[in-house]
Design a protein. Structure first.
Lengths: 370, 370
DNA sequence: TTGTAGGCGTTATCAG
DNA sequence: CTGATAACGCCTACAA
């Protein structure tokens, strides 16, 4: 490709640039600004009424085969496509659901979005993704946004709203809540058994012989939310094993990124605190810990065992591979989409909010000794 | 949270489940199936014509303040929201652009999508994401999908279509091509200077003393596409340095995942081929290589240096951290969205297809000795 | 500065 | 089985 030899950042005209820019209506240019074909035109060409065309398109069963064929040919010939705006206006339905999440660049959410899109496809609807950037104000915005009228309902995964904000979830469109940030709202809620998951993670470390288990990613003062719930599970597991909880082993990390996980681990090491395991409250934190431990030549799992939470794809490919808790992402996505579509399909559904916790399982890998 | 103590996978009714399911019109239930408020109702309440309401909403400047205020109050009181379907139908514009890519779970695409969404926001439009699953047939589907009528234009990142398929890009809606799979089509195309990037990556390894540079991720028989172009850059760099190209150092990997990168590296080691560097044609492959080298206790960068391509976030947090080529993801996203919006805004734009290559830079990290 | 009258492309109703 | 015709909610001329 000679194109690829151009200097970087260059802007050039492509192959068709030398065509005369005459405005003749049939210039075989990039694109004809021809108005879209409508049902009327199809109907005219097929010599039927517009209603018949509609019937054919919507698979209405009782149509004479000959008619149907004629219509289909006309559609082909004219390259007719239904106009979604018109259809939606008429049907009062957009065929699109919204998915509001913090950031696609966070692997957990990218993988969740992936599953949501697959689930949506099974229902024949599209997904409009919106970022909140993990900003509280934008989480509120999303709930009231003009974009809501582009969608029939919303899957909402807040990260910054607090329990007090649960009132904001009272909206006049179908809404399904995801995650562990808000509970008891007036909407369907799909999440995972977080406390148990964290308990199982901690128990796994204990079972492998760990006794001084550091945990990173705590959020001081939080009472619900992933951090609080997972920390809870950690506490429960320690208690069950009769291991005292040592505050110096609990480390904060505001954003759950690798960098903050590495930072927390660095401090742990610098502070000279003794520990034989690290529980990263999510995989990114745990991977950051793995990174830092490697830098300091601390043997994993020999001297320190590490476990994460979320089972993102990377966990299987770090060195050493990372043990983690696998939440049922697919189950969560499917259930959430099912609920949403059910609410959309039957707005008169007088059914109280549902609450579902997806199952999880422990994935034991090298970082805890396989 | 007591909720979290429920058995996994449990489905339960939430707090409001005990409310009597009476169908009284004002039951403060989850959602009132009340029909949406229309402009007419707002107009009636504000005692103005529907046109005035429209004017207020669309920021028409010449409105008496008192009138405007009255209308705004009515909108507030009634909770009026414009109906996007109706507006779109009327305006012939959806305010939504499509983004078709292989898979969000691939970090590069997640990060790209993230940037595209940010760029779209600057233009006030939403993004409808569609998966192709890197399946050729679905790539064609996306171009002709019914969903196209939900969007004003499409950003398309194919991975499997071949150069011969370039004809399929002749469509009657604004389309901007991304990536390195198809060239010379009748549409705007935004990509990066791949060949140069790969050449720079290889040159970087050579500069660091490498002479037997393995490359993983080749696609036999491919002439365009990321694999072919990057391999090209590799060849050029070797040639420039006067280093002979050794076929046994070039390894295939169909899917560019970590696992395939690890596999290719394993074979390389098992075959007893001597090499002092690995160029992964993308970061996932390189990270897979890193993983495998670690497993085999091969010192990186001491004995083998490794470089990747794409600069995904993980590259900065692997152990050791991964050197890579950083494409201008943000520049690509912005340019692509700008082009698309320009085409959408001026359909009569008689401008030949544009071709842009975004700039890149080399990110030197530990895996090549810093 | 505001009101009236259509029509955007579809689907639903209801005859024929 | 198929054809008129009336909405769906909004916007844009054109009038007033």
């Amino acid at each position: 490709m000679t194109e690829a030899d151009a200097p970087h950042g260059d802007v050039r005209d492509g192959p068709a640039a030398d065509e005369p820019p005459r405005a003749s209506s049939h210039t075989p240019l990039t694109r004809r600004p021809r108005a879209a074909v409508t049902m009327h035109e199809v109907a005219a060409r097929a010599r039927v009424s517009i209603k018949t065309v509609s019937n054919v398109i919507n698979g209405y069963p009782h149509i004479r085969p000959a008619t149907k064929e004629r219509v289909e040919k006309a559609i082909q010939d004219l390259g007719y496509k239904v106009n979604a705006s018109a259809r939606n206006l008429r049907r009062g339905r957009a065929g699109v659901i919204g998915l509001a999440l913090p950031e696609l660049a966070l692997p957990y959410f990218a993988e969740l979005a992936d599953e949501v899109m697959k689930a949506a496809e099974r229902h024949g609807v599209s997904v409009l993704i919106e970022h909140t950037g993990a900003q509280r104000s934008r989480e509120f915005d999303v709930l009231r946004s003009d974009r809501r009228s582009l969608t029939d309902g919303l899957l909402f995964s807040p990260l910054e709203m607090a329990q007090d904000d649960v009132g904001a979830l009272t909206v006049d469109y179908p809404l399904v809540l995801l995650g562990e940030r808000l509970f008891g709202g007036p909407v369907d809620h799909v999440t995972m058994a977080t406390v148990e998951g964290a308990r199982a993670a901690t128990a796994h470390l204990i079972e492998r012989g760990a006794r001084r288990i550091a945990v990173i990613g705590a959020h001081e003062g939080e009472v619900v939310g992933s951090a609080a719930l997972r920390l809870n599970g950690y506490r429960q597991a320690l208690k069950e094993a009769g291991i005292p909880m040592r505050p110096e082993l609990v480390r904060e990390a505001g954003l759950w990124h690798r960098s903050t996980g590495a930072d927390a681990t660095r401090q742990l090491l610098d502070d000279g605190v003794e520990f034989d395991a690290v529980f990263g409250l999510n995989d990114a934190l745990a991977l950051g810990a793995l990174h830092e431990l490697h830098q300091r030549h601390v043997d994993v799992p020999g001297r320190v065992k590490v476990i994460g939470f979320d089972d993102i794809e990377d966990a299987a490919f770090s060195a050493p591979t990372l043990s983690t808790i696998s939440p049922g992402k697919q189950q969560i996505a499917r259930t959430a989409v099912d609920f949403l579509m059910e609410r959309i399909g039957t707005p008169e559904l007088l059914l109280g909010p549902r609450y579902v916790e997806a199952a999880f399982f422990v994935v034991a890998r090298e970082s805890t000794g396989g």
